[in-house]
Design a protein around this ligand. Structure first.
Ligand code: HEM
Length: 497
């Protein structure tokens, strides 16, 4: 097992995030997972009924509908067939959509030992992120999660607060110099740049601002191409010299260049720092004393670089969009910021006194969860909501739908941050809202992302108002994340105007 050279042990300590404790208690090796799952699920459970679902195309089932409009197809099937829906996706491929929070809890938490990440989905991510934390399983995942977890300790995240605010203030200065005269700009591109800069400075100790546009372009194409491959009728190998595959490889090479440069620079610098990059570069195998293999290091850095900025940028972009469409919410937000901060930039210690700011972020991620779908497959047969879920089939959990379940959310399409106020949240099941997933595979960066989103929102909303540019129509594009399809064009003006 790798050991962090700067610490004597890296297993979660008592004051670590809750997930650290969950990991200690719940994580098992792959072999244990398989044994216990096969031994329990199939013995214990009678086969349930077959779930209802759309008939779809005679050969390809629902795949053509997914290719046309996957969010619409999932939503319609849910409305028509209920909380458990069975889809045929061509050949013997079947997928089960589970929408009820109890079903989500069963898969992610209560019976998580019986579920692995779905290969059909996650294997398609591997050409980009390899066997990093997001895609790996079993012993490798557990070892790496334990290694990386301390970098996301609550106190360490809090120490990033001032850097998060400084980067945002610098962005605002740039905006005022460039866009002060009412010129439109793409808020999604700006949030992507900002989130990449924050993640690279805090976690890797360097600014990637010069690479931001190149990384943004590579990530956009890699997402699009991966998504196309996920929804294609026939699986064609990536090695075929098709134009899309060639461009994909070019974009991955560009990302690799950035990642290997980061690693090389740190190794050459030779001096120890206590950020995530050093944690990874200095990690040693407990038994052999060997350093982490280069390809593993590359996969972890790539995973954190991509997962660590694109999702947060998406969350912030939808927040600005929603605020521009709901001026009363925006006014309430500014009133809270002005009462508590009185015009000065926020600090981490201010956050507990900015509950409305937090609720705005939560509500934006309810309506537009950046990770809009999660997929798993059961190791052994399971029964969910009375329906049989056969082993190895795909299980889709869709925060975008569960966050709109009318049994748990009043006026689900409305933008109403106060639904997250304690009194109105009482009694709502834990998994009615799961933008960061849950169980042992809970997002490792959730605390980082939430702090960043709240600080950026508080810093920007105090200084400027963002209005949707006239004629700009915005639609969600469900790729790996739920991106705005063609960015979000906005104009800015001073907040007091
Ligand atoms: C608003 C921002 C974010 C959202 C909505 C989000 C969402 C998620 C979700 C839903 C998962 C679970 C995926 C699954 O179970 O299949 C996940 C996992 C993960 N996220 Fe995030 N994430 C965000 C920000 C971040 C940040 C800032 C980082 C790192 C700096 C990060 C790194 C990761 C990693 C490494 C995993 C895999 C964890 C594991 O399986 O052990 N994420 N994220």
């Amino acid at each position: 097992m790798y050991q962090d050279a700067t610490r004597t042990r890296f297993a979660a300590r008592p004051d670590d995030l809750a997930i650290g404790r969950v990991l200690e208690e719940e994580a098992m090796s792959d072999a244990e997972i398989s044994q216990s799952a096969v031994g329990t699920a199939s013995d214990r459970l009678p086969r349930g009924r077959l779930a209802p679902g759309p008939r779809g195309h005679v050969v390809f089932g629902s795949l053509p509908d997914f290719r046309r409009d996957i969010l619409g197809a999932l939503f319609d099937a849910w409305q028509r067939h209920g909380d458990v829906v069975r889809f045929r996706l061509g050949g013997t491929i079947q997928a089960y959509l589970l929408v009820h929070p109890d079903h989500v809890a069963q898969v992610l938490q209560e019976n998580h030992r019986n579920y692995r990440k779905d290969r059909l989905t996650y294997d398609r991510l591997k050409p980009t992120v390899g066997e990093g934390l997001l895609t790996s399983e079993g012993d490798l995942w557990l070892r790496q999660r334990r290694l990386i977890q301390p970098a996301f300790h609550r106190q360490r995240i809090a120490s990033f607060g001032s850097l998060m605010v400084e980067s945002t203030l610098a962005m605002l200065d740039r905006w005022e110099a460039r866009y002060g005269d009412g010129q439109t700009f793409d808020v999604f591109a700006e949030m992507t740049r900002l989130a990449l800069e924050i993640a690279s400075k805090t976690l890797f100790g360097t600014s990637l601002s010069e690479d931001a546009d190149r990384v943004g372009q590579a990530v956009s194409f890699a997402s699009l191409h991966t998504n196309r491959r996920m929804q294609s009728y026939f699986e064609l190998p990536l090695s075929l010299p098709l134009p899309g595959n060639r461009r994909f490889r070019r974009e991955i090479r560009a990302l690799d260049e950035v990642v290997y440069r980061l690693i090389g620079d740190r190794r050459r610098a030779g001096q120890r720092s206590d950020d995530l990059l050093s944690l990874l570069v200095d990690a040693r195998d407990e038994a052999t004393g060997e350093k982490m293999a280069d390809h593993q290091l590359r996969d972890e850095v790539m995973t954190i670089m991509l997962a660590g900025h694109e999702t947060t940028a998406v969350a912030l972009s939808w927040t600005w969009y929603l605020l521009s469409r709901h001026p009363a919410v925006a006014a309430r937000l500014r009133a809270e910021l002005s009462d508590v901060l009185g015009g000065r930039p926020p600090r981490v210690e201010d956050l507990p006194r900015l509950p409305y700011t937090e609720m705005v972020v939560e509500e934006a991620m309810r309506l537009y969860p950046p990770a809009w779908i999660l997929s798993r497959s059961p190791i052994a047969d399971d029964v969910v909501g009375g329906y049989w879920i056969p082993a190895d089939k795909m299980v889709m959990l869709c925060p975008y739908l569960t966050h709109r379940h009318s049994a748990f959310w009043e006026n689900p399409e409305g933008f109403d941050p106060e639904r997250f106020a304690p009194a109105r949240s009482a009694g709502r099941p834990r998994y009615a809202y799961f933008p960061f997933g849950g169980g042992p595979r809970l997002c490792i960066g959730s605390g980082f992302a939430v702090q960043e989103a709240r600080l950026v929102l508080a810093t920007v909303a105090q200084r400027v108002r963002l209005d949707l540019a006239p004629g700009c129509s915005v639609r969600p594009q469900p790729l790996i994340t739920l991106r705005p399809s063609s960015g979000i064009r906005m104009t800015m003006r001073r907040a007091e105007a």
